[in-house]
Design a protein around this ligand. Sequence first.
Ligand code: PAF
Length: 288
Amino acid sequence: MSVAVIRDLDALRRQTAAWRKAGETFGLVPTMGALHEGHLDLVRLAKSQCTHAVVSIFVNPAQFAPHEDFDRYPRDEAGDLAKLKRVGCDLVWSPDRSVMYPEGFATRIVPAGAAEGLESDFRPHFFGGVATVCCKLFTQVGPDIAVFGEKDYQQLTVVRQMVRDLDLPMRIVGLPTVREADGLAMSSRNAYLTPDERAVAPTIYRVVSQVAEAAASGDVIAAAVAGGKADLEAAGFKVDYLEVRDAKTLAPLTTDPDGPLRVLVAAWLGKTRLIDNIGVAHPLHRGL
Ligand code: PAF
């Protein structure tokens, strides 16, 4: 039997109400489709913590600027459903645009705090679109948990902040980034890379790892970041940002940071924008 796909909100609510009545729990994995092994690990995690795993598939126009890749974003519903069946997904919530954003829709979540800087400096519309659609997905599905990958670390932090700030009765669970054998973080957008770009792409992981090691061993962070940017540019990337921030709040570093840190990067390789990040668990650094 194939995975059940629901596109109608009343039908979704009937199914989740039946699960609740039976005392069953369910976890949501929000996606935009074009699923890869990283997404499937999120579903496995949801399944391991709840009775049922629900996956939403919705390419959210509100998080793309007009010049971005909404139209060419990869879409493959039949392939996605086959993969989801393999990992035991119980239900796919795949609303049409008119169900998510009906005529007259006019409300938007405006996240600040963790949403400031990094991605927002280059994609100012992005977190408003993500927070709005996630808030809608959470109220539509009403899950016990929602599972997100750490690959989009700022997104994960913004969604955690929103759930806390709005007292949404659910828990956000993060899963460490799933990587290819050469270190490249799995992403639906990797499909855009040419073979030559794909060969160079793991440099981004090597660079964030180097900066994280430098911060952990007490080197001056600004020097490590400048070196990392130079390495990326020498490999053919155009860097949007490479920064080290507070891992919990994503606040810019103070002069004497003492908690866990996160190294975050976004850079273009040809027409493809890649992002990555890595944690610095026990920074010894004393200098910025
Ligand atoms: O990470 C994504 O795929 C999207 O930003 C999300 C969380 C599904 C919201 O559209």
